[in-house]
Design a protein around this ligand. Structure first.
Ligand code: ATP
Ligand code: MG
Length: 690
């Protein structure tokens, strides 16, 4: 068990009798402590299902379960490895009854929430305003406020009006038997706080709780953790205050400060050796984070040697930057024998839209890549259509899903009919689905409209029944294929798109999604959303229940040999041998406050605090690199619609690189091209294998 752990790590792993905080810089093996501690607890005799390990993303959960499996084998599948949100879903499904929620509640996504808010405000609001409300409401919820409390503490008329909308929003959610993402934390919290029997049950069920990336938890998550572990406080939190990058979403370093106060018996363990990066990279990282105030002083060292100097690459434009990045990848491949895999490269940037030029350049060079942390598969219209149907099978009170399903594909039920149905539902306090079968409805609707509604209602009931019976991959695939034919979804896509190519791409997404659903029903892939891994077959209905939580089809991404394009936020906790940080341009990173029209400024007026968070973001980026790191910047950048002259980010100067080695040799590109030609020529000369 002690294999591959240093003394401090070992101490953290072996201390299981009380609260433990591992506070350490990037790459010092914090996540490794968690996986090893899971194994250690099991070896000590704790039942796997009594251990909960909380990660920041589903992807991190999948990875952690994989690593735990490597250490302890099959027992790992019963350990609860998931995000706070997924744990919340499980708690609310099991015990939500006491809050008046049925187990089949729906989980609303961002778009549903925006349209409910627009509706709650009377319907004339634009999407941007609705999203701003959503943002404010979400912050309030994360502070533990409900609408009444938000109203009481509102500072001005603007906030008061949002609090009133929040009130109507809450009413709607209750009516729809639906919850939003913030509820997945606040409802479990309410459950544990207000219901001693539920609290006792969960405290008894969990023997030890481990939390990765603790610095990015918010106030409600911390409260939830406290109630889950109770007085004994058997938990292990690992984190790094220098990597706190979700302040804009309500995460708070107060959680770190509070731990020693709330738990005087807290064991604080510091790790100082970095096992990830070369000294050159680590020095740049330490230099950048230096100017930030220290919550806890830390020093980090590496024994991996000095390594390659960190390079700075300047580019004329974003396109040029992308070309130079590709040249760098090719150069690094050409310089090593055997060449590194594509999956050992990552290109990281501040914002999603920055991926575009890199995608283009990589495609042009025939280099395989994936974009992670970008627009999710589940945000695509076609996938959201299908999910609306699933949601309706599970929870017929889900009005937003009802409206989407009944109109996609169109089935000749018009807006007037739906508006009348809506009015009827509102008048009788029932959901649209329940309204449709009401014996009083015929009096208010024409015959033809009524028939259409009834047919739809019966069809949903029938699908729900069949989905419940459908178990295993083959059956699920057959069911889904038949259903898509019945509703003629392929035709719907082609009718709705001017471009056949776009329609075909959408249809192929649909097929891929169904295939993935079928695999889950067959238990062939881990259920990263559910709190436990179940490798048994599942009914299609069970599979559908957890979809809302997933943001990527991450399981498919495993082991693909491709270059990663990712936002800095999504790169947290990960590592690659070769990293390029792109767009390290003043105004992009750090992001310039006045570029967004002051929109974000409402969230935090504190410019200095924001600069510090940007600096931590840069620190996270630098510390993803194991062996080589290049930072690139552009001499022009977009500001609104214009292009303006730009300077290298102040963070580049802060890295304090040696001027003689930092500038990348422009001849690299030439060398790379030559090497690539040589390789191609050699490939042609070699007979094909097989
Ligand atoms: P981050 O702050 O980025 O989340 P971390 O502190 O969680 O980083 P890990 O990801 O756990 O760090 O570890 C970084 C790398 O160092 C991993 O590749 C891990 O396998 C390796 N590592 C950690 N501890 C040791 C050790 N004692 N011996 C050898 N390798 C180690
Ligand atoms: Mg980690």
């Amino acid at each position: 068990m002690s294999a591959g752990l240093n003394l401090a790590q070992l101490q953290a792993v072996r201390f299981t009798s009380g609260p433990c905080l591992v506070l350490a810089g990037a790459g010092s093996g914090k996540t490794r402590v968690i996986t090893h501690k899971i194994a250690h607890l099991i070896e000590q005799g704790m039942e796997p299902k009594r251990i909960a390990a909380i990660t920041f993303t589903n992807k991190a959960a999948a990875e952690m379960r994989e690593r735990a499996k490597g250490l302890i084998g099959k027992a790992a599948k019963d350990v609860v490895v998931c995000t706070f949100h997924a744990l919340g879903v499980r708690m609310v499904r099991e015990d939500g009854k006491v809050l008046g929620l049925k187990p089949q509640f729906s989980i609303l996504d961002q778009d549903d929430v925006t349209s409910i808010l627009k509706d709650a405000a009377g319907g004339t609001t634009d999407a941007a305003t609705a999203r701003q409300w959503q943002w404010t409401i979400s912050l309030w919820k994360n502070m533990g406020l409900n609408a009444t409390q938000a109203l009481a503490q509102a500072k001005d008329d603007h906030e008061r009006s949002i609090a009133l909308i929040m009130q109507r929003y809450e009413e709607r959610l209750t009516a729809y038997q639906s919850v939003d993402f913030d509820d997945l934390i606040s409802l479990p919290l309410k459950l544990l706080r207000d219901h001693p029997e539920v609290r006792a049950k969960w405290q008894a069920a969990l023997g030890h709780v481990l939390v990765d990336e603790y610095q990015d938890t918010n106030a409600t998550q911390y409260e939830l953790l406290k109630l889950l572990v109770g007085e004994r406080g058997r938990f292990t939190a690992v984190g790094d205050d220098d990597q706190s990058i979700y302040g804009w979403r309500g995460a708070t370093l107060d959680n770190l400060k509070k731990l020693p106060v709330d738990y005087p018996q807290l064991q604080v363990i510091k790790l100082e050796q970095n096992y990830r990066s070369t000294s050159a990279i680590l020095r740049a990282a330490n230099n950048v984070i230096g100017p930030n105030p220290k919550l806890f002083p830390k020093t980090l060292f590496s024994e991996l040697g000095e390594g390659e100097p960190v390079r700075v690459v300047d580019a004329d434009s974003e396109e040029h930057e992308a070309e130079r990045a590709v040249a760098r990848l090719q150069g690094l491949r050409a310089a090593a024998n055997p060449p590194p895999d594509w999956k050992s490269f990552a290109i990281l940037y501040r914002a999603n839209h920055q991926a575009k030029p890199f995608e283009k350049a990589l495609r042009k060079a025939n280099i395989p890549y994936k974009v992670s942390g970008g627009t999710s598969f589940f945000d695509r219209a076609e996938i959201r259509d299908l999910c609306a149907w699933f949601r309706l099978w599970i929870n017929s009170d889900d009005d937003p899903a009802f409206l989407r399903a009944i109109t996609n594909p169109k089935r000749g039920i018009g807006h007037t009919t739906l508006a009348q149905l809506g009015a009827f539902g509102a008048a009788h306090h029932t959901s649209l689905f329940a309204a449709l079968f009401s014996p009083m409805l015929p009096a208010t609707l024409p015959r033809r409209a009524l028939d259409g509604l009834h047919e739809f209602g019966r069809y949903i009931n029938d699908l729900e029944y069949r989905a419940r019976q459908t178990r295993g991959a083959e059956a699920a695939r057959a069911f889904l294929t038949e259903w898509l034919q019945e509703i003629d979804y392929e035709k719907h896509l082609y009718d709705g798109e001017d471009s056949e190519k776009v329609a075909a791409a959408r249809w192929s997404n649909v097929l891929e999604f169904c295939d993935w659903m079928a695999q889950r029903a067959g238990g062939q892939i881990d259920d990263t959303a559910g709190a436990t891994t179940q490798m048994e077959t599942k009914s299609l209905l069970e599979v559908a229940q957890n979809i809302a939580l997933l943001s990527t089809l991450s399981e498919r991404e495993k082991d693909q040999d491709v270059v990663t394009l990712s936002t800095l936020h999504a790169s947290k906790g990960l590592e690659w041998p070769h990293v390029i940080l792109a767009g390290v341009t003043e105004g992009m990173l750090p992001f310039k406050l006045d570029d967004d029209g002051g929109r974000q400024q409402k969230v935090s007026d504190d410019t200095l605090a924001r600069l510090q968070e940007e600096r931590r973001l840069m620190y996270v980026g630098i510390t993803r690199a194991q062996r080589t790191l290049a930072v690139s910047w552009t001499k022009k950048r977009k500001k609104g619609r214009e292009m303006v002259a730009a300077q290298p980010s102040r963070f580049i100067a802060e890295m304090a690189l040696s001027a003689s080695t930092a500038r990348e040799d422009p001849r690299e590109k030439l060398k790379a091209l030559r090497a690539e030609f040589a390789r191609k020529a050699q490939e042609r000369a070699e007979p094909p294998v097989g």
